[in-house]
Design a protein around this ligand. Structure first.
Ligand code: ARG
Length: 276
């Protein structure tokens, strides 16, 4: 699908939500352990540093006001999936996060975006990724743990882009964005064993030049990254992934992200892209 590194507009618009009410208060993924202490002050500091890193790279960051009682709201990527000024809303798999969807809906409606209410369970950009130039815009969609595959076909009908369904098989990599990352307009990085054999074949066919991550890279949340096509912001614990990205010609920008890791997420989980 890709022959040369795509030219990418370096300026992006993102949405983030500060971890003011963050905590590991329940268990909905294998990373969460309510017994493990979280340093709330450090979580906020690391989040602010991520936000400043993104604005420092020339991107715009909108801030979603956090709501009490929603300790996972910091993972803003899960609230919707946007393409061409349309936000396809989330419908969370777990009741503990259900109310986050309304906060995201209010945000898009206040901004005057077209907001589409979801009818099937889906966790926004956690399970949907977008490649702007591959076949005129291609959506990659994960299922197996959170998003209902029926939501994939609904997203295709709503957003008018081909949706490629990929089955996730390892509970540690329960969202697509823990196992696959869009690096630029056309290429991706992924950890093959997080996908079913058939989905691995689909990925090989679509992305023969993909950057392949190891299990260790994925476990360090090295795929849960935010790329503007050139700079790749990722968890600083993912050192081997950082080296692979640099060798592939990208500019890695590692950030410390220990606290939000405890909720089972990292950099990408905390950043939704607004594609106007
Ligand atoms: N504790 C959250 C959950 O399990 C983490 C969400 C991570 N978000 C992501 N986009 N992978 O739902």
């Amino acid at each position: 699908m890709t022959v040369a590194r795509a030219a990418t507009d370096p300026s992006r618009v993102y949405l983030m939500c500060p971890p003011e009410h963050f905590g590991v208060e329940y268990v909905i993924n294998p990373w969460m352990d309510p017994q493990q202490p979280v340093d709330a002050e450090l979580a906020l500091k690391q989040w602010q540093c991520l936000r400043e890193t993104l604005t420092g790279l020339g991107h715009e960051v909108h801030v979603l006001p956090p709501r009490p009682g929603l300790p996972d709201m910091v993972y803003a990527a899960n609230g919707a999936f946007t393409v061409d000024g349309t936000a396809y809303g989330a419908r969370f798999a777990h009741p503990q996060r259900a109310a986050e969807a309304g906060a995201h809906r209010d945000f898009y409606q206040d901004l005057g975006w077209r907001y589409v209410r979801p009818t099937e369970t889906n966790e926004g950009e956690g399970d949907f990724a977008y490649l702007p130039t591959a076949y005129g815009g291609t959506i990659l969609a994960g299922y197996g743990f959170r998003t209902d595959p029926d939501a994939h076909r609904r997203v295709q009908e709503t957003l008018g882009r081909p949706v490629v369904s990929l089955r996730l098989v390892d509970p540690l990599f329960y969202h697509l964005d823990t196992a696959l990352a869009v690096l630029d307009d056309e290429n991706v990085a992924y950890y093959p064993a997080a996908f079913s054999p058939a989905s691995q074949r689909v990925l090989r066919q679509l992305f023969p030049d993909a950057l392949l991550a190891s299990r260790a890279d994925a476990l360090a949340f090295g795929l849960n990254l935010v790329s503007d096509g050139r700079h790749v912001v990722l968890n600083d614990a993912a050192t081997a992934m950082t080296a692979k990205l640099a060798a592939a010609g990208y500019q890695p920008v590692p950030v410390e992200f220990t606290e939000l890791h405890k909720g089972g997420g990292s950099v990408k989980c905390c950043v939704a892209e607004l594609r106007g």
